[in-house]
Design a protein around this ligand. Structure first.
Ligand code: FE
Ligand code: FE
Ligand code: ZN
Length: 276
């Protein structure tokens, strides 16, 4: 099992990797820069070397970088859009240089211009950012569909990917809380949801799973993460996701509202239930 948690941006790379080892985890999600702002701190060579050494020594699975929440590649507002284009271009490059395997972003909110125009903006933004020379994969995250959010259906994610010139660089990150809130019943019909994903996108595009429970009910189109087993999805259904034969090889990232000690316990609880 490849499992880890998201790490605060304040930690930096080396501390995040050490923390991952301490949690008995074997992968991690980091933010590619300040998640609620626009800035980033350049990593020193020493820090990058330490990070690479730890991840190698402890045989981490694929690492995931998460682009900032403030980035809206679907926006029609020139300043917002220009900023998003710059961030995704810079961060694909920066994370690729760190040998990080995947970078995920929220496709964006169209804020009134409509899904189609929003998707066109996302495609253009990705096309100015992806050269095709990268090793890193760029993952679209499945969204809950709150407000004017794009990416809450597999069809919308497919439409984005289809428009990208180097679509071989585009994969998907499935967030269990988001798909459940979007109306995909992973509790009672996981096989059917995966079949649908396979028909529309292709399961080979699925590169990462955000493992979260949901405070909000099924199909509520609301995005509130709960700790594993404390939400509307429930422990058993999430364990099912983790152990499903079509999913279990993937890296799983917890984004649950806990501190480091809480995440360590959450991982221990999951391991105990899977190994027994
Ligand atoms: Fe996310
Ligand atoms: Fe997520
Ligand atoms: Zn979320």
């Amino acid at each position: 099992m490849i499992i880890g948690t998201h790490m605060s941006v304040a930690k930096g790379l080396e501390e995040a990797a050490k923390n991952t080892v301490w949690m008995n985890a074997n992968t991690m999600q980091i933010f590619s820069r300040n998640p609620r702002g626009s800035t980033y701190k350049a990593y020193s060579e020493k820090e990058v070397d330490a990070f690479l050494t730890i991840r190698k020594e402890h045989e981490f699975g694929p690492i995931l970088a998460h682009a900032p929440y403030t980035m809206n590649l679907a926006s029609a507002k020139p300043e917002v859009y220009e900023f998003a284009c710059t961030v995704i271009r810079e961060d694909i490059q920066r994370m690729d240089e760190l040998s990080i395997e995947n970078i995920v972003f929220h496709p964006g909110s169209h804020t009134g211009i409509g899904v189609e125009a929003g998707i066109e903006n996302i495609i253009n933004g990705l096309n100015q950012a992806i050269t095709g020379e990268e090793n890193i994969m760029v993952l679209l995250e499945t969204m809950s569909g709150k407000g004017t959010e794009i990416g809450s259906t597999f069809e919308e994610l497919k439409a984005i990917r289809d428009g990208v010139t180097h679509k071989e660089k585009i994969g998907i990150c499935l967030d269990t809380c988001h798909v459940f809130a979007a109306g995909y019943d992973i509790v009672n019909h996981l096989d059917e949801v995966l079949e649908k994903f396979d028909d529309i996108l292709g399961l080979e595009l699925l590169r990462a799973i955000h493992l979260n429970d949901s405070m909000m009910p099924f199909a509520s189109k609301k995005d509130r993460h709960a700790t594993i087993g404390d939400g509307e999805i429930g422990f058993d259904a999430l364990l099912h996701v983790l152990t499903h034969e079509k999913l279990r090889h993937l890296p799983f990232y917890l984004e649950t509202p806990l501190d480091d000690a809480g995440h360590k316990e959450e991982i221990a609880k999951i391991r105990k239930n899977i190994e027994s």
